[in-house]
Design a protein. Structure first.
Lengths: 350, 350
C-alpha cells in the first residue's frame, strides 16, 4: 500500500479531481497534500466531504516529513501538459526516493530528465494514462454474462466516476459481486488497473474499452460498472464517449447530470436536457447493440437541499425514471431502484 | 513527382483501396504494381475504371526495372500490422534507393531494421499516418468563411474519399476554388498533406480534424470538402467518424452509401437505411453545430445499370434529396444539385 503525497498547487480546494477521487475512494493512504493556497489546514477542513485528516502543506519538503512513499500528481491541467513549475517538485520527490504516479497526458517516464533521475535513484514512474498495446474491437464483449452498466453524462467532470464507485459500493453491500472498470486516470489510480481511453489511438479506443470490460468479466462478477468519460455532445471529447458506448457493449446506462450546467465547460455548446440525452444515447446504441437508460444520478452539490429535492422530483416527472443524488442521499435507494431493470437485461444475481 | 511501384501482393484486384486511390487521383505517377495474383496484365486490364496502363508484376525485382523512385504500400491489412512477408520486399526497395511511403498503423520509420537500412542507403520513409503534435479542439473552425462539406456513409470503404475528390473536381471545373481535406492515408498520399485521424489519440481527434480544416481555410477557398472515415454505427471506428463530425464543423454532409450492404463489414452490425442515417447524423450535429445532409452519393458498382437507376430513384423518393452515383454518372449533375444548398449555408462563391 502506497503512502501518497499529493501535488495539487493552487488547485486542491478548486478542481483537483484526481486528488479528490484518490482521497475519497483509493485503496492507498494520503499522508499530505501540497497546495500553498490552503496550507495549514487539513483535507477535511477544506473539503468536508472528504474522509481524511491529512495535512495540507505549502512545499514538497514539508510533505516529505510525513514519510510518503509516492508523489501523486493530483490535478490534470487542460490539455494535460506539465506546468514547468512542478518539474522541480517532481525531481525533489524522485531524489527523496518516492515513486511518481501521474495521470498527465505528457508521459513523465518519457521525459529524459525524470527518467534519468528515477533510474539513478532506483525508483519508478507510473504514467497511468500510458495505454498498453491496443486491440481492435472484436465483439467478444457481446457475450459477457454479467449485466454491464455504463455511466454517461451532460458534461465532463460531473461525477460519473463517483456515481460508478457509489453504485459498486451499494452492490457489494448487497453481496452482489460488482466490478468497477476504470477508464480514466483517477479511476485507474483508485482501482490500480484500467486504461485511460482518452489516451488511446482513436481507431483502437472501442477495442481498448472492450478489453478492460473483458478483463473485469474474467473475474466472473455479477455486475460490471464502467466509468464514463466526456459527453456525447462535447465538441472535443465526444469520440471517447462514443468509444465507451460501443466498446463496453453496455446493457444499461446511468445518466449523470449536473443540472446547474448550461454549457459544456470552456466550449459554450449548450448542455442537453434529460430527455434529449436519453434519446440521443439510446438512438446511437440502438444502431449497434440496444441499451436503455436505467436511471439518472444528479450531482446537486451546487444546489440547496430544497432545490436539489425539487430538481430530483422534476427529473422523475419528466423522464419517469429512477432519479437521485447518490452522494447527497447515499447510493442505496437509487441502486435498489435500478436493480430490477438490470436484472431484466441478463439473467443475473444483481 | 514520384514514380511509384505499388506493393499490393494478392490484393490489387480485390481491396487495395490505397493503391486504387493513388492510381485514380494521385498527383504522382504509378510505373508498376506488384501482385503475383494478376501479374502479366496492366492495371486497366484488371480494373477497367482505373486510368493507367502500368504493368502488374510478380516481384519487387521486376518492378525495379521500371525505374520507380518510391515504393508505396498499397493496401492496409485489418488492424494495420505489417505482414512479415512484406519485410523482405521493403528492404529490397530501400537497398535500391527507393523512398518508402506507407499508410500502415505500424510506423515503418520506427522499425529499427528499416530505419537503419534507410539511413545507410540515404533514403527516407514517409509514414503518412504518423500524426503531428496534436492540438485540442478550440472552436476556431466555427469561423471558417467557406462552406464545409463532410462525407459520411453507411460503412467503411464505400467510396467517401472518391465522392469527395469527384466533387472537388466538379467544383474546380466550375471555377469554384475547392479544397480537399484528407483525413486518411490514401487521401494523404493523393493530396500530399493531411492527418490520418484514425491514428490520432482519441482526446485530440476532433482537434486534429479542426487543424486540417483550418489549414485548408487558410488558402481562402470557396469550398472545403472533407474526406470521411468509418460510419456512425461502426462498432470499432465510429469514434473517428464522430471526431470528423464535430471537429470539421461542417455546414453540410454528403451521405455516401453502398446500397447492397446489409452489415457493417466483419462486425455483423446491420447497416442503416437512408432516413435513419440522415436522422442520426443530423441529430448529433444539432447538439453541437447544426448541419444537414445535402445529398446522397450512391456507390452502385455492385449493381446493374437498371438496378442502380432504380435505387437512385427509390432513394430520391424516400428522402426528397439529390441522389446520384458520381462515379457511374459523373459528379456534375450531383454537384449542381447540392450547390444551392451549400450556397445557403454561408455567403460564398460555390
Amino acid at each position: 500500500m502506497r503512502r501518497y503525497a499529493i501535488l495539487a498547487p493552487g488547485h486542491f480546494a478548486v478542481d483537483a479531481k484526481t486528488a479528490h477521487g484518490v482521497v475519497a475512494y483509493g485503496n492507498d493512504a494520503t499522508v499530505a497534500v501540497i497546495d500553498p493556497a490552503c496550507a495549514g489546514r487539513t483535507v477535511r477542513e477544506v473539503l468536508p466531504h472528504l474522509p481524511s485528516d491529512a495535512p495540507i502543506v505549502a512545499t514538497i519538503d514539508e510533505a516529505l516529513t510525513f514519510s510518503p512513499t509516492a508523489l501523486l500528481i493530483g490535478t490534470a491541467p487542460k490539455g494535460g501538459a506539465l506546468p514547468a513549475a512542478w518539474r522541480r517538485d517532481i525531481l525533489r520527490a524522485i531524489d527523496a526516493g518516492l515513486e511518481i504516479v501521474s495521470g498527465l497526458h505528457d508521459m513523465l517516464g518519457d521525459d529524459a530528465e525524470f527518467a534519468a533521475a528515477a533510474q539513478r535513484r532506483g525508483t519508478t514512474i507510473w504514467d497511468v494514462r500510458k495505454p498498453p498495446q491496443q486491440p481492435l474491437f472484436t465483439g467478444r464483449a457481446y457475450d459477457v454474462a454479467a449485466p454491464t452498466l455504463l455511466m454517461v453524462g451532460n458534461d465532463c467532470a460531473v461525477g460519473k466516476m463517483t456515481v460508478a464507485l457509489e453504485l459498486v459500493r451499494a452492490a457489494r453491500e448487497r453481496n452482489v459481486r460488482a466490478e468497477f472498470v476504470p477508464t480514466g486516470q483517477t479511476g485507474i489510480m483508485i482501482a490500480g488497473w484500467g486504461i485511460a481511453i482518452d489516451r488511446v489511438i482513436a481507431d483502437f479506443a472501442a477495442g481498448a474499452t472492450e478489453a478492460i470490460v473483458l478483463e473485469a468479466a474474467s473475474r466472473k462478477p455479477d455486475l460490471i460498472v464502467v466509468e464514463g468519460q466526456g459527453a456525447i455532445n462535447h465538441p472535443a471529447y465526444a469520440p471517447v464517449t462514443l468509444a465507451l458506448m460501443y466498446g463496453a457493449t453496455p446493457d444499461a446506462l446511468v445518466l449523470v447530470c449536473d443540472p446547474t450546467l448550461r454549457e459544456i465547460e470552456s466550449y459554450g455548446t449548450p448542455t442537453l436536457g434529460y430527455r434529449e440525452l436519453i434519446r440521443i444515447h439510446e438512438a446511437l446504441l440502438a444502431t449497434v447493440k440496444p441499451a436503455r437508460v436505467a436511471g439518472i444520478a444528479l450531482n446537486t452539490k451546487r444546489m440547496s437541499a430544497d432545490a436539489a429535492a425539487a430538481e430530483i422530483e422534476r427529473a422523475r416527472a419528466e423522464t419517469l425514471l429512477p432519479v437521485d443524488d447518490v452522494v447527497r442521499n447515499g447510493p442505496h435507494a437509487f441502486y435498489d431502484a435500478i436493480a430490477p431493470f438490470l436484472r431484466k437485461t441478463k439473467r443475473c444475481a444483481v
